[in-house]
Ligand binder design. Structure first.
Ligand code: ADP
Length: 330
């Protein structure tokens, strides 16, 4: 008996990083034991912001599948699939778009923020597809009649909109086709990037999830430390140091000791970084071995995604039959 059905997705929009792992995937790996889970690589969502250059999309989809499997998502236990392989996502999004008021979409807090951000970078994303992003997200969740959606605090507005779309549908067509999905909050761990801002693809400050020892060292070497510390013997201020923030997350056993030695001017930044690199390489070693094995088996990855799509399609077709009956578009 599971606690309910989960839908969650992630955009294949670039190299998966440790922030994505700590903030989302690690949580999914836990949730797979408690819920019936549908996890989707949402390539159509990636198009809502990166529609002009799609040359890397296929590669990103495959890489994301490899990342998920190497982190421990089980393709038997969960339904793991690519959004565009199940055409009902597009179909339901179109139908839901008929009854979703424009004002609901325009008031989503991230909508205007993101548009402004992009236009500051010279990107024009003022498109119909981007405005409709939350409708597509609602369709993703509703297609599987998911009862639970794992969200960080910042995404709760999107889920609220899905709930409104569900209520409107059930009311307009006078039947309870869809459950109202509930948020499953995780203890959001926002991981900083190597420059201290939130780790994000758009800031170029990430540590890739698949980083081997060389790349790991390259990224850790570049981390910002206490700017007031010139010589090793200068007393350090670990609370302003990114390396220290990483020790806290990835090296809790040595964290206190390293802090004390830094304050006393007994450990230099290079040694401190080396210890972090060793620790992180050790923690990620199994995942990397798995990742390397899977990278050599693209046929297997395709099979996993085909199998997932078949299972997802079965559920999606059932839901669409009900939706079409309700809306008289037989
Ligand atoms: P990015 O900011 O790199 O583009 P996304 O917006 O695609 O990342 O996020 C994908 C998932 O990873 C989301 O669930 C998001 O909450 C999580 N995530 C992204 N960056 C971080 C971070 N630095 N710390 C924790 N979680 C993160």
């Amino acid at each position: 008996m599971t606690k309910g059905r989960i839908f969650s997705g992630m955009q294949p929009s670039g190299r998966f990083h440790l922030g994505n792992y700590m903030g989302a995937l690690e949580n999914w790996v836990r949730l797979q034991h408690e819920y019936e889970c549908f996890f989707s690589i949402v390539d159509l969502h990636a198009l809502t912001s990166s529609y002009s250059d799609t040359s890397k999309l296929q590669e990103n989809v495959m890489e994301m599948a490899i990342d998920w499997l190497s982190a421990g998502l089980d393709p038997e236990k969960n339904v793991i699939f690519v959004q565009s392989h199940v055409k009902e996502h597009a179909e339901l999004a179109l139908l839901l778009g008929m009854s979703t008021p424009l004002s609901w979409l325009e008031r989503v807090p991230t909508y205007k923020d993101k548009l402004q951000n992009w236009s500051a970078q010279g990107k024009d994303n003022n498109t119909y597809g981007f405005l409709g992003y939350p409708v597509l997200m609602a369709a993703d969740i509703m297609l599987y009649k998911a009862t639970c959606v794992p969200v960080g605090e910042d995404q709760s507005a999107h889920l609220e909109l899905t709930r409104e779309i569900v209520r409107r549908f059930n009311y307009l067509y006078n039947r309870e086709v869809f459950p109202e999905p509930q948020a499953v909050f995780s203890k959001a761990k926002v991981l900083p990037g190597i420059d201290g801002r939130k780790m994000s693809k758009s800031y170029g400050n990430t540590i890739p999830f698949g980083a081997g020892p060389e790349e790991m060292w390259e990224r850790i070497r570049m981390m910002t430390t206490d700017p007031q510390r010139i010589k090793k013997t200068d007393p350090g201020h670990p609370e302003v140091c990114i390396v220290y923030a990483f020790h806290k997350v990835f090296n809790p056993e040595e964290y206190e000791e390293i802090g004390a030695r830094c304050r006393a001017g007994e450990i230099g930044c290079v040694e401190c970084k080396k210890r972090l690199a060793e620790k992180m390489n050790a923690l990620l070693a199994d995942i990397h071995t798995k990742r390397e094995e899977l990278s050599k088996k693209p046929e297997y990855i395709k099979e996993v995604l085909d199998y997932g799509a078949q299972r997802a399609r079965k559920e999606a077709e059932k839901t669409m039959a009900e939706v079409k009956t309700a809306m008289n578009v037989l």
